[in-house]
Design a protein around this ligand. Sequence first.
Ligand SMILES: Cc1ncc(COP(=O)(O)O)c(C=O)c1O
Length: 395
Amino acid sequence: MMVMDAQDVMDLYNNNVVGNYTKVNLVISRARGSWVWDTQKRLYLDFFPGWAVSGIGHCHKRVVKAISNQAKQLLHVSNNYYNELQGKLAQRISLNSFGGKVFFCNSGAEANEAAFKLARAFGHPNRHEIITMEKSFHGRTLACTAATGQEVCQKGMGPMPDGFKSVPFNDKQALINAVSDKTAAIMIELIQGEGGVRVAGKEYVRFVRDFCFQKNILLIIDEVQTGMGRTGELFAYQHYGIEPDMMTLAKSLGGGMPIGAMVVQKKIAGMLKPGMHASTFGGSPIVCAAALGVFDAIEKDRLLKNTAKMGSYLRDELIRMKGRHPVIKEIRGMGLMLAVELLMNAQKAYEYCFSMGLLINCTQNNTLRIMPAMTVTKKEIDQAMEILEKAISKC
Ligand SMILES: Cc1ncc(COP(=O)(O)O)c(C=O)c1O
């Protein structure tokens, strides 16, 4: 196949695609595991694969095989027929979490929309309000934008849909003050990803769980970024000794295929009745096959164990680096979802890493977000740390 020149690809894109993304001048032509190649065959070590989508690494062989086999059999069926893989995937999610039922869609925002609608059906007709956290991120649909506790995401998009309010994260009293007789649900990310990898405290989360029980409010945990093993447990809530009423998933669930899921406790799953919510593409056989491939990879290749082990190795390396570089303010995160907060803007360090062939992310201006694939090796971490340290020295 003729490969286009990188500049031609960028020109073609810029002339024809809406410019709503901040672009990096990199045209990726191939990827495998923790590595991506550009059109000039230059190799990059990817420590932020697919913005948390390629959680088990790029083009994992079990996912590729599952997709290839399924593509020969059946790609899509309407959701008013049955398909075996959707049931199997729902059962796999349910057995590995809190025994709930699953609604399938195509993205994290759609999974959250489903959770909002179910919460509103639960609270109807008196309670409709959903409380979220400051610095949260829940997606880009209008309701998800309203739920997102970051003004920058809402700017120029008003008026926002009614019924959402954000309170400071990890602040019990603020939550108590915000709840009213109109509150139907509280939504929280246990690690705020876009918000700078901020971890919810154990005691706080347990308090929120009890508080929701007391007030008959639903607890929705957004595991779009933290889910599918990223933190060393399959779902982040499993570190906290609690269960949510609803959990939302997307990103790495499909191993690179677009899928979202809203998982809900069985006792309230029946609130969504035929005609109340739907998704044409949601849970099609091809994406369910990919997600089942992700589960197989995590279980058969023991990726949770690797995530916990490599996560603690990477964290220790970062903590040692902090000791050598006073510009590092804090290391935080869980498993392989880690952040290096600098005392200054982190863009320069991020750009230096890119120029040296290391892909990471810069969020909230001063934070470098590092989320390597769950298949990452010690050797890959050492390579990445060498580049990162040079980048930090330049700050
Ligand atoms: C915690 C969280 N929720 C929801 C979303 C939205 O997911 P999507 O972009 O698939 O709609 C994201 C995306 O970054 C996210 O990090």
